[in-house]
Write a protein that binds this ligand. Structure first.
Ligand code: ZN
Length: 378
């Protein structure tokens, strides 16, 4: 009898992939209800599927406090951002039903504790600013004043806007194993992928077995490119320019926090749960405005011992097409002057696309530009 050895994927964060899904329990209709915000619903869906392993519910005070001060859960495991549920007051029951925005019960929460928190302090620790103009801080300031902690059991999963991309951590892990991948690099994105990011993902892919392109599909700020448009861009790009057997495209249900460095750690740990051994961190990852230094999201990884995170960050510079090199490059690999580099500001790109003009092929693939032009037109 022969024994087949499967390549071993990276273990989930904390060792076990959490599953908080299950059958609808009896008596749900009689429970007090709490309607979640869309950000909280994104978190709930990720808790259900184990994307936030080892978390099994919304955080209690001990975890919350240590995450704020030391980027660790109470037990010592690295964790960078609060995953909390805001309420006005303590519920008058031991269990409550969590509802979606239409009021439909989707989960039960076992009430563990309710505690006060300081919004300014959370802003300062997590976002490195107390400025209410920061979109993550604004969301924090607008939420209810106490946190409700407890384990969740989810019996109605969130609707999947992109059914083909709806892959839970267990699904991506099964896919990777089936393909014989052991080393998989995750790429987080909330933008259309232009040549620069295509380059990063391919350079990373050259060194590993597979690539998980995982666009964030939860809430983003209003001026980011809408998710339907982005997903159309990912499809045309992957169909035309990536080998199908080396890439998986899947949705990342999270909402953006715009917490820059801390969110880079958090994004990496979530991707570890999806089975990624490596994670791409570019410049100003998850940043917004000029709240963070260009390399802060890379430097923060030094605050942990490498074995603690387990997942390996892959740091990248800003990249561009260089006419003299005749290829994509970065300041690390190209010796030429800026005049040789094809650079377009975000504003310039929007101008071109709005006018129905295709930006240079060295900046973005024509197929991607066409999707964007069509989107700007409507
Ligand atoms: Zn060059």
């Amino acid at each position: 009898m022969s024994v087949t050895t499967q390549p071993k994927l990276i273990a989930p964060h904390g060792g076990v992939l959490v599953d908080r899904t299950g059958e609808r329990p009896d008596g749900v209709d009689g429970l007090p209800t709490l309607r979640l915000t869309s950000r909280e619903l994104s978190d709930l869906d990720m808790l259900a599927a184990g994307a936030l392993s080892p978390l099994e519910g919304f955080m209690g005070r001990a975890d919350y406090e240590r995450v704020l001060e030391e980027m660790r859960l109470a037990g010592g495991l690295p964790w960078a951002l609060p995953v909390c549920l805001a309420v006005d007051q303590a519920p008058a029951a031991e269990r409550i039903a969590l509802t979606d925005r239409s009021g439909r019960p989707v989960a039960v929460l076992e009430v563990a504790e309710v505690y006060d928190y300081d919004k300014q302090r959370e802003a300062e620790r997590c976002f490195r600013t107390t400025d209410g103009a920061h979109p993550g801080v604004a969301r924090l300031y607008a939420q209810k004043r106490r946190y409700l902690a407890g384990r969740v059991s989810v019996f109605e999963r969130a609707e999947r806007p992109f059914p083909a991309l709806a892959l839970d951590p267990a699904d991506t892990r099964a896919l990777f194993a089936e393909r014989g991948w052991k080393r998989v690099v995750g790429f987080q994105t909330r933008n259309p992928i232009h040549r620069a990011h295509e380059y990063l993902t391919k350079v990373a892919l050259e060194t590993v077995d597979g690539l998980l392109v995982q666009p964030l599909i939860g809430d983003t700020k209003a001026d980011d490119v809408p998710v339907q448009t982005r997903v159309a861009c990912y499809h045309v790009l992957l169909d035309g320019y990536y080998p199908e057997q080396r890439v998986v495209l899947a949705a990342f249900p999270a909402a953006m926090r715009y917490a820059g460095p801390r969110e880079a750690i958090w994004h990496a740990l979530c991707r570890k749960n999806y089975g990624c051994s490596h994670f791409i961190v570019g410049r100003d990852h998850a940043g917004v405005g000029d709240y963070y230094g260009t390399y802060d999201a890379q430097l923060i990884f030094d605050e942990f011992e490498p074995h603690e995170l387990d997942i390996e960050p892959m740091f990248f510079e800003h990249s561009f097409f260089c006419r003299a090199c005749g290829t994509m490059a970065s300041a690390k690999t190209c010796p030429h002057d800026k005049e040789q580099h094809v650079f377009l500001s975000g504003t310039k790109v929007r101008e071109l696309l709005t006018a129905g003009e295709v930006p240079p092929e060295e900046f973005t693939r024509r197929e991607v530009a066409e999707v964007l032009i069509e989107a700007y037109r409507s």
